[in-house]
Ligand binder design. Sequence first.
Ligand code: ADP
Ligand code: MG
Length: 424
Amino acid sequence: MSVPLNDSPTGFDRFGFHPSIVRGLDAAGFQEPRPIQAETIPAALTGRDVLGLAQTGTGKTAAFALPLLDRFVRERGQGPRALVLAPTRELATQIDAEIRLLASHTKLKAVTVFGGVSAHGQIRALRGNPEIVVGCPGRILDLIGQGALRLGNVETLVLDEADHMFDMGFLPDLRRILKELPSNRQNLLFSATMPGEIRKLADGLLRDPHVAQLSVSGPAETIDHGLVPVREDHKRDLLEQILAGDECESAIVFTRTKHRARRLASQLDKIGYRAVSLQGNMSQSQRDRAMKGFRKGQYDVLVATDIAARGIDVQGVSHVINFDVPNTPEAYTHRTGRTGRSETEGCALTFATREDLAWLRATEKKLGAPIPRRNIPGFEDDARELQASPQKASESPRRGRPGRARSGRAGRDRSRRPSRAAHA
Ligand code: ADP
Ligand code: MG
């Protein structure tokens, strides 16, 4: 059934996927491979290691999922045959959903495992011999410890958000998991960012990898970036003004701390916004409700800590707002990458106070371009105040395609300040 490659087939035909995978692509509505998919799938299909670096929202999930699924449908094997590691529960769940969709016309099974919920269901699901296990490192180690998960058959290891998986917070767990895996395996590493010091760790894991680096890892071009100077005590007014604007359909607002996320979401809720927080102090069922509600459009504003910064793909997010500046340039890229996904456009605004000027200079240097300054009517005094401060923030040319009309409303049917009944 698969199209011979010498017919120079177009679209996904070029990969000669198994018919059941082709039907999965139809189910997902994918017609043309995205550049990172075209660049990495052929190498991954041959069993080579891959390092795939491409901007946020460009289809990295399917880039690693499709070759796995295709191999697993064609060749039998004892599971789990692939282990996909992701940094957050929300991202693991999302990857699992995409894999299930692409595998919907196969008999392949995927199981997601992460902490914060009882392990019973996960252990039961693992007994069903899934080909693919997607999860967060902590729970994976727990399950290995309990004898509920054995990784000795893993043929392919995937690290999504790979640079983050090598971060100090994850590295000890990652090392322990690596010890459980056969050394003769395929490694697929994907991310939008790969800082130099982490690249060395990644290189240590990879064997003769096919490296696909699409554009210097940095903010996606589909995003209109803006930096808004503001006084700390004016941030909420500024946020409300932006959220109330016609252009804002749905927003993810990032705060520095869990407490600030929780408080800000409840303040917005009180004045009639459909807002919800997502932060690590919430129970897993609260986190699920928030994420599902935001995906369904029950909420227009997700106020989150950096747990929502990586990988999360929600359609129709017109704005990302850094209420507090992120810690690193990588975090800036990932947070802002929650908008402007999959060839749509988005707007990313970063609130900067006088205290953030040093951060700003360091970040712009690493990003290699200034973040265009944006003045919001009514907040001109804040901008003047910031510019008058000793570390003057230079006025800079705008990057990207500033001021363009935001087309293609995402079809979220909602009124801006709905009555509180909408929370039901
Ligand atoms: P990344 O991991 O690069 O940030 P994702 O894998 O989350 O990006 O993909 C972003 C969005 O693009 C998802 O909604 C996904 O379903 C969609 N997508 C991926 N590949 C294709 C494709 N070939 N055609 C259309 N949409 C795609
Ligand atoms: Mg991703």
